[in-house]
Ligand binder design. Structure first.
Ligand code: BGC
Length: 695
């Protein structure tokens, strides 16, 4: 199993004190109070998900709730906390959670976009800012990072994760956990949705996933393991039934793998009504059965189903659930509250003096790092800031709500910079901007920025699409605009890979700008006018057409590899088998060349080195990517596996030697074999070297 090590828990004096505190509190709790600690209710003001009754004050006073999510604003978290610590029998503080997925007040690029930066320090930084902002509101727990690997762009939630690759996903998962939890204020990170939720059949959200054990181990589990190794204090169960077993009752994976094998000691939280949905899955006939299955599987907290709080006491009394099982879950909740210091000071999170300003500098820096240059024929970009008349075309250009993307927490559209506003601010005073939503705006322009793609409601939860084309009549709009023959830069806004083959063939220039958050327009303008040289790379394959899905770079070889000249090979008769844009692809305003690849095995490490050189005339960032292919093993190995990457800033003419140390254990070698090693600018190009490797 890739990068899965067993961690042996160590007991420190601090642990002993925590254990003692938690046990003595547990000893004073009634069964009802215990069930109450596992009850997670929703506060008012959460924009997504089906409605549920917000927790009332009386449920807090009677100890029927231990956890809240979606309570926004410091005065409200304070008010609820005051009830918990002043008016309940045991004065146990509440733990407050929220969906701060890519920011809270300041909104950063959506996680998929941010993964396109191939800069984990960016993800760590945005998570840190998010932690500060949620903590200011009295919140100690976020339902992020989403670490689901997604290989089907029809699935709308692909926007919430790091894309298709388990290694890139693992590096970003760990970075985000460090950002949330690694400094004060520490905010609990939640690796979600355990597991293989992203493998939903047909890309339909909430759907069944059929995944073999080896694919689970090699593709879907590693980012969870990485998050847990980085210290993630919480894991959320997925809505999926995996190989027929709904995850909310999946004892083998939650208790067996997560807890017993990986020694995860934190909270496993259900997803929204996930425990109740065991009835819909048809594995529980009553709410009591649903509670029994979920708690026995190892799900500690019940998000909004209110099944644990109502059913667990009776189940324990009738002997269907062991008291020890409930106690173990309650301990984990109390332990988290203890570790965050809430028993010492229930108000230690929250800062009423925090300025109401956004972290705009960080947001802009990370946003521009996330932009991917897809096309740039005849150096169309960057544009001059002195263009006389610049047309900005497309409804999305002025849509600052869509700039924020889905899951924008308390981010306010009126505080977000739209692409249009960013461009207006960037151009010189002599430039006139014509804005329009149809091609007529192009007629009198010297150059055109055409903004097309998806609005923010088209991706995210429950926003699966059967088509990956530009929605509506945007392709016709693009055809008309490009037919003018003028310099056109297409700005794509999207939460998923889009099949934009026509644009790829015809657009003079095209950038993928995703949903970049509060500073979207400024970041896009930085790239369009050359104040920033784009260096992002795709974290996910772009298919030519939805019919190719699933399409990902690290597929297994077949017995009949695709060959355009051979009929009986693995391909289509009506479309090429190759992607529109491969994983890891992205251009720059400068050019890079790679040379001097060397490989050497020392002990159980494969050392790779290569030189990357900026061969163009301006500074820029290269993202060097190292892939391997293990040629012969007892089970066939993918044609490429990402093993390392590095984003480096290089001045014109500058060269840098990059090294990658790859544990042989990651290569899937079980007999002496040759490993092909590639280093280059994407999964589809690069230098090739070889190494002889033994298990
Ligand atoms: C989503 C979770 C989210 C939860 C709370 C669910 O519908 O699947 O990712 O954390 O709602 O908003």
């Amino acid at each position: 199993m890739a990068c899965i090590a067993i961690v042996t828990p160590r007991l420190s004096a601090q642990d002993t004190a925590a254990t003692h505190f938690v046990n003595s509190l547990l000893g004073r709790m009634t069964l009802e109070e215990k069930a109450g600690q596992l009850n997670l209710l929703r506060g008012a003001g959460v924009p997504t998900g089906p409605a549920s009754a917000p927790g009332s004050d009386s449920s807090i006073i009677t100890g029927r709730v231990g956890l809240f999510y979606g309570v926004r604003g410091l005065s409200e978290t304070r008010r609820i906390q005051r009830i918990a610590v002043e008016r309940t029998r045991l004065r146990i503080p509440i733990l407050f959670a929220d969906d701060a997925i890519h920011g809270y007040h300041t909104i950063f690029p959506t996680p998929l976009a941010e993964a396109a930066s191939w800069d984990p320090s960016a993800a760590e930084a945005s998570a840190r800012v998010t932690a500060i902002e949620v903590a200011n509101d009295g919140i100690q727990w976020t339902y992020a990072p989403m670490v689901d690997i997604a290989r089907d762009p029809r699935w709308g939630r692909i926007v919430e994760g790091s894309g298709e690759d388990p290694y890139l996903g693992s590096v970003f998962a760990a970075a985000r956990v460090r950002g949330f939890q690694g400094a004060s204020p520490r905010v609990i990170a939640t690796a979600k949705h355990f597991v293989a939720y992203g493998a939903a059949e047909g890309g339909r959200d909430y759907n069944t996933a059929e995944v073999s054990d080896s694919t689970l181990a090699q593709i879907y589990l590693p980012p969870f393991k990485a998050a847990i190794d980085a210290g993630a204090m919480s894991v959320m169960a997925g809505f999926d039934a995996l190989n027929g077993v709904p995850m909310h009752e999946n004892r083998r994976l939650i208790t067996g793998l997560l807890r017993d094998t990986w020694h995860f000691g934190g909270i496993v939280v259900s997803d929204y009504t996930g425990i109740m949905e065991l009835l819909h899955h048809g594995v529980a006939g009553t709410r009591a059965e649903a509670a029994e299955r979920a708690i026995n599987a190892g799900v500690d907290a019940d998000m909004v189903s209110e099944i644990y709080v109502n059913e667990l006491p009776g189940l324990v009394r009738s002997g269907r659930v062991k008291l020890a099982t409930v106690d173990a879950s309650v301990r984990r909740i109390l332990r988290a509250k203890y570790e965050l210091g809430l028993f010492n000071d229930p108000y230690r999170y929250g800062d009423s003096t925090a300025p109401d300003t956004l972290f705009r500098g960080e947001a802009r820096r990370i946003a521009r790092e996330s932009i991917v240059l897809l096309e740039n024929r005849q150096h169309t970009l960057p544009f001059s800031k002195n263009i006389k008349t610049l047309a900005v075309i497309g409804a999305l250009a002025a849509d600052s709500a869509s700039a924020l993307g889905p899951w924008a927490a308390i981010g306010r559209p009126e505080q977000a910079i739209s692409v249009l506003t960013g461009i207006r601010r960037a151009v010189s005073s002599g430039t006139s901007i014509i804005y329009g939503t149809d091609a007529s705006a192009a007629q009198n322009a010297d150059a055109i920025v055409l903004v097309v793609g998806e609005n923010r409601d088209m991706s995210g939860e429950a926003s699966s699409r059967a088509l990956l084309d530009l929605p509506g009549d945007q392709e016709q709009l693009a055809e008309a605009v490009i037919a003018t023959g003028k310099p056109v830069a297409v700005v794509l806004m999207n939460g998923r890979p889009l099949s934009v083959g026509w644009l790829a063939d015809h657009a003079p220039a095209m950038i993928d700008a995703w949903f970049l958050g509060s500073e979207m327009g400024n970041a896009v303008a930085d790239v369009l006018f050359g104040d920033y040289n784009p260096g992002g790379k795709l974290p996910v394959t772009f298919p030519r057409t939805v019919g190719q899905v699933p399409l990902y770079y690290d597929h297994l070889p077949t017995g009949r590899p695709p060959d355009p000249n051979e009929h009986y090979t693995s391909k289509y008769i009506d479309e090429p088998w190759t992607p529109l844009y491969p994983f890891g692809y992205g251009l720059s305003y400068t050019t890079f060349a790679y040379d001097s690849l060397t490989t050497k095995v020392v002990g159980d490490t494969l050392h790779v080195s290569a030189v990357v050189r900026n061969t163009g005339d301006r500074a820029g960032d290269a993202v060097a990517q190292c892939y391997t292919h293990t040629l012969v093993a007892h089970v066939s190995r993918p044609v490429r596996v990402l093993q390392g990457f590095r984003r480096v800033a290089l001045a014109s003419g500058e060269r840098r030697t990059l090294t990658f140390a790859i544990p042989v254990g990651r290569l899937g070698v079980d007999e002496p074999t040759t490993v092909d090693v590639y280093v280059g600018p994407s999964s589809a190009e690069g230098l090739l070297g070889h190494a002889t490797v033994r298990p």
